[in-house]
Design a protein around this ligand. Structure first.
Ligand code: FAD
Length: 466
């Protein structure tokens, strides 16, 4: 009898422990992807990017004589229907760790088991399962540095080769991906975003190879530079499992052994992702509540006009606006810029971090529930191991430091520039007409003075002291 493999955010064949285990059973495999309510709830850019990932993975499977069966509905209903239709006796999947997925998956598991179907979840999204990294006292980690020390002492198993598996005698029916209209949710610049996306496992592996060969040596020095292409850009692939963290880790570790300077810094960043999942697993409330409960009374404003200007890249602070426009057009944003815009929203504009978290969830093609929640809470000060309360980034000074010639700002801001760049103009093609913005407008005055905003934030923050 066949085995159903339910793919969610693990669109690869290489280093896929669940798939290897499923193939070892010797059963014919039916790969399945389900558009369930949790998936439908994704923001516009993550949905668009998911569609691309599914399309690419389906093609890879077809090239190997397999298929990706697409179905829409509640996950359990779909899986039960497929079990009936195909006579499958087992359903396997790779684990996810956000609260919604965990609730769904444990309900699916017990229902299937109750019906006598083998239901089996596997590791694969992370270097280590979140419960296997413990302090000496058997607790979870709340601070990054000791977490990094614990993880860096271990060595993940070697990556696994793609397994061989058989196709079933008959294939069940499949939806047509285009009918799901996942990309439609973008309703804007999908074509523009597409130019910045790196889709699929082969592209991810190629990028890792070239980054290790040409980028990792300068990574430590360049990773904070907004005007340089100094980072791997692999987050969109890691987020959808088009490449495994383990493959990245081993590639970087080999570079470290060859004496490449940035290798360990890169490994540390991979472990930040791991740490985000560790916290998400142990303290799931990090996803939508202040991690430190005492921050519940902090006087952040809910959504407001200034936050809307922040979303549109109209704050009058060139670094902030450039970054917000990069986000809207490309679905990505440099890590340093993410910290700056998050600090500006939560501190200078005194707006609830969840307002920003939601916009990132709408706009990021590398959206990731764990890293996004941790990134926002870290910057806002409400999270574990947070930025100290007095750390209010000054976007103008940060611009001088990390974009010294203004190249990044010029790449994304058109107003007031006689010869605006193509990228800066592409923002105006992507935005809805209702935003009523034109490259010929005057560049807006700052919403708030940097000094005044900082002082207001410090007065409020001083009482909480992160
Ligand atoms: P590289 O510098 O090449 O790093 C390699 C990999 O390490 C990344 O691909 C990523 O998987 C991981 N990584 C790097 N930095 C971090 C970090 N600070 N936290 C967790 N993992 C990290 N990352 C996401 O993947 N999805 C998100 O939704 C997301 N939201 C964020 C929100 C805020 C407010 C902040 C401050 C950061 C957020 N990050 C998020 C983390 C980080 O900005 C991105 O992972 C990084 O910019 C991706 O670029 P890269 O792949 O070139 O990273």
């Amino acid at each position: 009898a066949p085995l159903i493999f339910w793919f969610r955010r693990d669109f690869r064949l290489s280093d896929h422990p669940g798939l290897v285990a499923a193939a070892e059973t010797g059963r014919p495999l039916i790969p399945v992807c389900i558009l369930d309510p949790e998936t439908e709830a994704l923001g516009a850019a993550p949905r668009w990017r998911l569609e691309r990932a599914i399309a690419c993975f389906a093609k890879t499977l077809e090239e190997r004589g397999s298929r990706l069966i697409l179905r829409r509905g509640l996950a359990l209903d779909v899986l039960e229907a497929l079990v009936r239709e195909t006579g499958a006796e087992a359903v396997h999947w790779s684990r996810l760790y956000d609260p919604a997925a965990r609730d769904r998956d444990s309900a699916v598991k017990s229902a299937l088991k109750g019906a006598g179907i083998e239901a089996c979840s596997h590791a694969g999204h992370l270097l280590y399962e979140p419960w296997t990294v413990e302090t000496g006292e058997g607790e979870f980690y709340k601070v990054f540095s000791p977490f990094w020390r614990a993880v860096s002492k271990r060595e993940p198993a070697e990556p696994l080769s793609p397994p061989d598996f058989d196709a079933p005698a008959d294939w069940p029916d499949s939806d047509v991906l285009e009918d799901w209209q996942l990309g439609q949710a973008m309703q804007r610049g999908a074509e523009i975003v597409g130019r910045h996306a790196r889709i699929g496992a082969a592209a991810a592996a190629g990028r890792l190879g070239s980054f290790i060969a040409h980028g990792i040596d300068t990574y430590k020095a360049d990773r904070d530079r907004l005007d340089r292409d100094g980072t791997s850009g692999l987050s969109q692939n890691l987020s959808l499992g088009e490449i495994s963290a383990r493959v990245c880790w081993h590639a970087a570790d080999r570079a470290r052994q060859e004496g490449k300077t940035g290798a360990e810094t890169f490994m540390k960043e991979l472990v930040w992702r791991e740490f985000a999942y560790h916290l998400l697993f142990h303290t799931p409330h990090i996803i939508d509540a202040n991690w430190r409960e005492e921050w519940g009374g902090f006087p952040w404003q809910q959504d407001n006009d200034a936050a809307e200007r922040w979303r549109r890249g109209m704050t009058g602070e060139p670094m902030i606006d450039g970054a917000m426009r990069e986000l809207y057009v490309t679905g990505t944003m440099h890590n340093r810029a993410r910290m700056l815009v998050a600090s500006y929203l939560t501190k200078h504009l005194m707006t609830d971090w969840r307002v920003g978290q939601r916009w990132f969830e709408e706009c990021l093609i590398d959206w990731d529930p764990a890293s996004n929640a941790l990134g926002w809470q870290w910057t806002a000060g409400s999270g574990p191991d947070a930025a100290p309360y007095f750390r209010v980034f000054n976007p103008a000074l940060q611009g001088e430091k990390f974009d010294p010639e203004g190249t990044y700002r010029a790449a994304w801001l058109a107003e007031g520039n006689d010869a605006p760049t193509e990228t800066a103009l592409s923002f105006f093609e992507a935005i809805p007409k209702s935003w009523n913005m034109s490259p010929d407008d005057d560049y807006p005055q700052p919403i708030v003075g940097l000094k005044e905003g900082r002082e207001k934030a410090l007065a409020a923050y001083g009482k909480y002291k992160g």
